[in-house]
Design a protein around this ligand. Sequence first.
Ligand code: PLP
Length: 427
Amino acid sequence: MFADFGTFAGALIMKQDEQAGFSTRAVHKGRGYAGTTGAVMPPVFLTSTFESGNAEGFDYTRSGNPNFRMLQESAASLEGARFATCFASGVSAITAVVSTLQSGDVVLAEENVYGCTYRLFDRVFAKFGLQVRYVDLSRRENWGEIGRLRPALVWLESPTNPLLKVLDLAGLGKAAARAGAPVLVDNTFASPWLQRPLELGATLSLSSTTKYVNGHSDCLAGIVATNDKGWQEKMIFAQKALGLQPSPFDAWLTTRGQRTLALRMERHCANALELARWLEKRKGVRMVRYPFLPSHPQYRLARRQMKGGSGIIIAELDCSAKAALAFCKRLKFFTMAESLGGVESLICHPASMTHASVPPEVRRKVGISDGLIRFSVGIEDVEDLIRDVDGALGGRKSQAPRSKLQRSSKALAGGRQTSNRSASNGE
Ligand code: PLP
């Protein structure tokens, strides 16, 4: 059914692509499955099943589909990996990895991990006997815990959500290797354009491609990349056995979004750096954190480890939680929404949104204060973004067009909206 469907141009690139640059691979890597049509862009294979005995070995979409293969080939290439497996979301990818562990296994995790990772560890996998120890791994004096605990997995995130801590991936990789522990890095905030964890010694690089990799906020998906055949087999098994696969259309959208990753990341980084520098000088802003600002505690490490600072800034406003929320609502080019990494700018209040599922005492301990704001800086014109933030800090509503949602319901701007978000904690 699927003999060799690579186009001639595609086949040529396949031969040369190991020397090709990041953007060339992002555009060309992965077969087109164009068949005899000459279609330059691949179709969406909306099929649940495949005729048995086909040349490509497809059987049922839960365990494989041409759209998954295209995404997996190109994602693996961008991560500098031999293999990649795609999932329905970043959380599905996390579930796939954690499902490989045994009852009684210990995971040593950076203490500031994404809120739903924390929720999965503590409210789902703990029931099955998983033990997770949280440590501040930005402090070298804590690395001894890796040798002491000899965990089944070291779980890192860098930069972290939402505090933007930068962890020394190469150093931690070596410490884990000495203890015989595999390392997973959640690379969602950086994307493979800024940082490739496998090249720094990680065993697994996980991304919620929902964010920068797809970049258009129009679908969810996740990727786990590895050079280790054994881990790859476990990921394929988890995809199929747990039903964690994306839809073919979402895999197609993610493959399409990934083609422009480098271009978008350049703009995200440039805009965020400019806004962060401006915020640092603005009255009423108590603290600004951005990996490529010299004031960031791990600035030198970030410069060494990452190609750019990415598009996320956190700031602490010199005001109460209520006033911080009111500031978010005054912004017009930053939509108040969970998620990040899309072309459009978003604003988030972690304590009531993304990290609402983290107990308040844990939030306080790791530094997620009530006044903390997270900007996901999009690819708009940075002058407009700065004007918007300046106006909102000054208590003014920007002149930017109001969104349909903002126009349609006063109620949505009130407490009900906030409490719904707290309950759902989607991101
Ligand atoms: N990892 C990080 C660092 C995240 O920020 C997110 C979501 O915000 C996820 C994983 C989960 O991704 P998804 O929303 O695609 O399930």
